[in-house]
Design a protein around this ligand. Structure first.
Ligand SMILES: N[C@@H](CCC(=O)N[C@@H](CS)C(=O)NCC(=O)O)C(=O)O
Length: 215
């Protein structure tokens, strides 16, 4: 049997450049839980994800994919949910809010961030976080998406909150990553948003990810 199929240490498959916001979310969840895990890089530019063995491992042939003890899983939100249950509190810290309604709202936000704002994602890819040149101006679709995102952020961060639900959760990371497309892109954002993003960016789990980025 391929020993990797029974690897008791979770292996997270990520893009070689470490620019996938979805891989980042799964990485941060595992890191915040202090779970020992391994990373495997998949070269998306060489379409390594479309070839065996990754293609057989990942249902969607996308990163992130988690491989753990003979079980593989794609889709970042499914991975984070699985990791939360597999490495459950109180032994491991929770990456979701403690309150049920807050948890539901965290998932609401995560689902929305993964399914909307296409123009913003296209015009401000995560490589903008590390760009040295200023980003081109947003198109009208990009501005609409940015406006929508900032309206949502303003309503969630109404009291100048440090974290969305009273303490850090993975939804903060996902929101901060989306907002940072604007901050790093040099687009105009309220000061409260800038401060919020800066604070999320300084989390040790985010710093670990940033150290891996290869552009
Ligand atoms: N909904 C997925 C999105 C994953 C995704 O789009 N991954 C990209 C990298 S950012 C990928 O693997 N692209 C390669 C491809 O689709 O062929 C998730 O949340 O994990």
């Amino acid at each position: 049997m391929d020993p990797r199929l029974r690897n008791p240490i979770p292996t997270l498959f990520v893009d070689t450049q470490f620019v996938s916001p979805y891989a980042l979310s799964a990485f941060v969840a595992l890191t915040e839980k202090r779970v020992e895990f391994e990373l495997q890089r998949v070269d998306l530019t060489a379409q390594q994800n479309q070839q065996p063995p990754f293609q057989q491992l990942s249902l969607t042939a996308r990163v992130p994919t988690l491989d753990y003890d003979g079980f593989s899983l794609s889709e970042s939100s499914a991975i984070v949910e699985f990791v939360e249950e597999e490495f459950a509190p109180p032994r491991y810290r929770s990456v979701f809010p403690a309150d049920r309604r807050h948890r539901a709202r965290a998932r609401q936000l995560q689902a929305w961030l993964r399914s909307d704002l296409m123009a913003l994602r296209a015009e401000r890819p995560t490589t903008v976080f590390f760009a040295t040149e200023p980003a081109p101006p947003l198109t009208s679709d990009g501005k609409d998406a940015a406006g929508k995102l900032l309206r949502v952020a303003a309503s969630l961060l109404r009291d100048g909150s440090q974290d969305l639900f009273g303490a850090w959760s993975i939804a903060d990371t996902d929101l901060a990553v989306m907002l940072n497309r604007l901050v790093a892109g040099g687009d105009r954002v309220p000061e409260a948003v800038r401060v919020y993003v800066g604070r999320q960016w300084e989390r040790p789990s985010m710093q670990k990810w940033r150290e891996l980025v290869r552009l």
